[in-house]
Ligand binder design. Structure first.
Ligand SMILES: [Zn+2]
Length: 479
């Protein structure tokens, strides 16, 4: 007995030693923060330009034509006066009706060809605002209005940076295309799609692209004290299916035990019980493995010892909607259809289920999953929409290094992580064409800012605008 206890005791000690050793080894890789003065930026000047940009009502309506198409023309004309050096230095073609592509010719034809893009359409106004959403009011250190954050603020910062660089006579080595798109908020059929068509038609190869899709996250991941520059290397795909159950119909006074509705309900319950498998593999593993060494000690012990704790970690991450979405293809039943009257049994009941496809899944794997878990063979599954997840861009190439170094230079001691954008952006199109697509806006973004995206009182701090111009100047100035 004593002997067994001794062996057990030794085993526990050994395990603790292994856990401690792995945790000690699991340290952040030290990367030097680039030194040197940051470019001088007149932040108030940028704020005023953004204020003007907000005043153009370039609204993308989800169902229908923009009600003020002239705002688009006026906005595009305004770019010329607001950024004279940039717009005179770069040639411009107009595609898709209202999407300019500027080209900044590089000095070295063997250097990379790059696309930097942003959209200038905005979503309509909802809710009561505390300021006029179209006035571009500057107060309390912020510029207020629709599009301040998503994403006229970034478009203005980018063009301001190019304007300043061009005014000094700077010419990049790389050729840089700058696309300012018209309809990202309603899918990009006119803007981003036309940009890609243009490159295809002109036989222009794009080595990498940069657009929105993530931020410098502050206080969003609670177990890490530092800011996190999530430079996203992929975005999820989008797929909707209609799940259809059929029944005899008739009067609700004489129902069969199983109706179209109960069959449908069972199918939805079965899907609820069987999330599409996911976990710490591929991009999801890269993301959390990059963050892990920066976490506080208890989490670091877990992440450093995934051979033992992986099921536990995955269970915890799956428990919160934000981290669960990083691990797997999500399943979301959204619209339900049944009978038109309360006393009539439907012959057909259906549910729309929306999936956001993790890069490891596609239409086929999702359909296989549905067929495996919906036990009733008479349920029909019809695919309504299916857009695949994007390819995953490299996070070990020169492009990612340029994006990261500029972030370290401007934001200091930040954790750089290759992330996954869970919504859809113009990059879903660019990534099908460019070799690598990156999604990152150089704004510090807090949990409070999440509600501002497409929400009321959208605003951006002038400090953020200043840093964004610095970021684009450092980045483009080095390309
Ligand atoms: Zn956007």
């Amino acid at each position: 007995m004593v002997r067994i206890l001794k062996v057990l005791g030794l085993g526990v000690l050994l395990l603790l030693a292994v856990l401690a050793f792995n945790t000690w080894r699991y340290a952040p890789t030290t990367t030097e923060t680039p030194q040197g003065d940051l470019p001088q930026v007149n932040a108030m000047d940028v704020a005023q330009k953004l204020s003007q940009a907000i005043q153009f009502k370039t609204i993308s309506h989800p169902f229908g034509d923009p009600d003020r198409p002239e705002s688009y023309d006026q906005f595009l004309a305004w770019l010329g006066t607001a950024f004279p050096a940039a717009t005179q230095t770069m040639d411009r073609v107009l595609v898709g009706g209202h999407t300019p592509i500027y080209v900044w010719k590089g000095s070295d034809p063997t250097a990379e060809t790059i696309l930097v893009s942003g959209h200038y359409d905005v979503v309509p106004i909802e809710g009561e605002w505390s300021t006029d959403p179209w006035a571009g009011t500057i107060k309390d250190g912020y510029v207020w209005g629709r599009g301040a954050l998503d994403m006229k603020g970034a478009v203005v910062s980018l063009l301001h940076a190019i304007d300043q660089l061009a005014a000094t006579g700077f010419q990049p080595r790389s050729t840089i295309y700058v696309a300012i798109t018209q309809d990202e908020e309603i899918g990009g059929d006119g803007g981003a799609a036309s940009v890609v068509d243009y490159f295809q038609k002109e036989n222009i190869k794009i080595d990498w692209s940069l657009d929105e899709g993530s931020f410098v996250l502050r206080d969003i991941i609670s177990t890490i004290d530092k800011d996190i520059a999530s430079i996203n290397v992929a975005e999820k795909g989008y797929m909707t299916v209609e799940i259809i159950a059929r029944g005899a119909g008739g009067h609700s006074s004489l129902p069969h035990r199983d109706t179209a509705v109960t069959k449908l309900a069972t199918a939805i319950t079965e899907l609820h019980a069987a999330p599409i498998p996911g976990g710490l593999t591929g991009l999801s593993a890269d993301f959390f493995d990059t963050l892990g060494p920066h976490m506080t000690l208890p989490e670091r012990v877990l992440f450093a010892n995934q051979w033992l704790f992986r099921p536990l970690i995955e269970g915890v991450l799956s428990g919160a909607n934000t981290t669960d979405a990083m691990l797997r293809t999500t399943t979301a039943p959204t619209m339900l259809k049944g009978s038109e009257a309360e006393n009539i049994l439907p012959q057909k009941a259906s549910a729309f289920v929306n999936f956001r496809l993790h890069p490891r899944d596609d239409q086929t794997t999702v359909l296989q999953h549905l067929k495996r878990h919906i036990t009733n063979d008479h349920i029909d599954i019809e695919v309504v929409t299916a857009n695949p997840a994007s390819p995953v861009a490299s996070h070990s190439n020169a492009a990612f290094a340029s994006l990261s170094n500029a972030a370290r230079h401007v934001f200091g001691d930040v954790v750089i992580v290759p992330g996954l954008t869970v919504g859809g952006t113009d990059s879903s199109r660019y990534s099908q064409y460019a070799d690598h697509s990156y999604r990152f806006l150089p704004f510090v973004f807090t949990s409070e800012d999440i509600a501002l995206l497409h929400g009321r009182d959208e605003r951006i701090s002038i400090k953020n605008l200043e840093r964004a111009v610095q970021y684009y100047k450092v980045l483009l100035g080095g390309l």
